[in-house]
Design a protein. Structure first.
Length: 363
């Protein structure tokens, strides 16, 4: 398996349309890196550049210390699993998995050993003699993954491999991919998805792409608990993090912030004397909010709508002036709150502070 290094990588179409710029990323052997971001942010384009299916306009891509910008895709030691299964419909599962090895003129012993190993890992042994039409969507995707495994590549690339599956199959196949990674601990994998659950459950590290570059790189919990900027704060997590205006009124290890409602709250994000009077956005995740009667409320407003989901209740507060509604996601059942004025708060450790779009925690 391989290490990858991207240095100042950029992608431009026609010399004028800049899609990606200054992509700097080190991927270590054995990691499962997930690219996420909004539609059109360039995550699939970046994956295709690594695969060699798109040219690199600027910068360098290294695999195991060798620059591969001009190396053909077939010689990069990379295997790619696409959204569509792209299986040969007239070939059995075994033939689909052996096709590339036969083209590479591998011996029958090598081919059979590779297919048997991949079939065992992916639990495809009972289906080796079936045609793709006799398989479920999840099984077909496993065959597509198996076709990559038999090649024993340096790097596995996954381009939204679960997007064509229904919800139940997506969950089952996601678990299978996680188990596959555990069974191949030295394998290096790069995975593109728009699904946050896939990213949070599969990734060693997540790369959030936005504004033609990288917004943040970190472990799933780092991005969730300590986002570097407001974009990551609202992109990671569902529902999105609430951002509320406030002003720093007391600095130190425990910062005091006066909210627009007049309430004063605490945050564990440290500040200095120079920050007194600083206008900030206070970030609190809906699931970190609790109903309170005290004066240290993060927010106070009229509940406009509630979603009673059984295990949780989501409160939507009435918004004014076209602003995004404030949400509170609380465990259990909370009835009779619609139309009432409610205060919500959060413990200081869960209160984030942002100035000019950037987290004060990382200064």
């Amino acid at each position: 398996m391989a290490d990858l290094k991207l240095t100042d990588v950029a992608k431009t179409y026609g010399g004028t349309v800049n899609v990606l710029k200054e992509i700097n990323l080190d991927i270590e052997k054995g990691e499962l890196i997930v690219f996420v971001g909004p539609s059109g942010c360039g995550k699939s384009t970046l994956l295709r550049m690594i695969a060699g299916l798109e040219s690199i306009s600027d910068g360098t891509l290294e695999i195991d210390g060798t620059v591969v910008n001009n190396v053909p895709p077939a010689q990069r030691g990379i295997a790619m699993v696409f959204q569509s299964y792209a299986l040969y419909p007239h070939m059995t599962v075994r033939d689909n998995m052996t096709f590339a090895l036969k083209l590479a003129k591998k011996s029958n012993e090598e081919i059979n050993a590779a297919v048997d190993k991949a079939a065992r890992i992916l639990q495809l042994e009972p289906y080796l003699d079936r045609l793709p039409k006799a398989l479920s969507g999840g099984q077909r995707q496993r065959v597509a993954i198996g076709r990559s495994i038999v090649r024993d590549p340096k790097v596995y690339l996954f381009d939204e491999p679960l997007s064509n599956l229904d919800a139940a199959l997506r969950v089952a196949t996601r678990i299978e991919i996680a188990q596959l990674k555990e069974s191949m601990p030295d394998s290096t994998m790069i995975y593109v998805t728009h699904d946050q659950v896939e990213a949070m459950t599969l990734a060693t590290r997540i790369v959030v792409l936005a504004n033609k570059g990288i917004a943040q790189v970190g472990t799933p919990l780092q991005l969730y608990e300590r986002p570097e900027n407001e974009f990551v704060a609202q992109f990671i997590g569902s529902p999105a993090m609430n951002l509320l205006p406030g002003e720093v009124v007391e600095t130190g290890a425990q910062t005091k912030i006066k909210m627009a409602t007049g309430h004063v709250i605490s945050s564990s994000v440290p500040t200095t004397d120079a920050d007194k009077g600083l206008k900030v956005n206070v970030g609190v995740r809906p699931e970190d909010m609790t109903v309170t009667t005290s004066d240290d409320a993060v927010y106070e407003g009229v509940v406009d709508f509630t979603e009673a989901l059984g295990e949780v209740t989501i409160l939507y507060f009435k918004s004014e002036g076209g602003a995004e509604p404030v949400l509170a996601k609380m465990p259990g059942i909370h009835q009779g709150l619609r139309g009432k004025t409610v205060k919500v708060t959060a413990v200081p450790e869960k209160v984030q502070l942002f100035a000019n779009g950037q987290s004060l925690h990382y200064r």
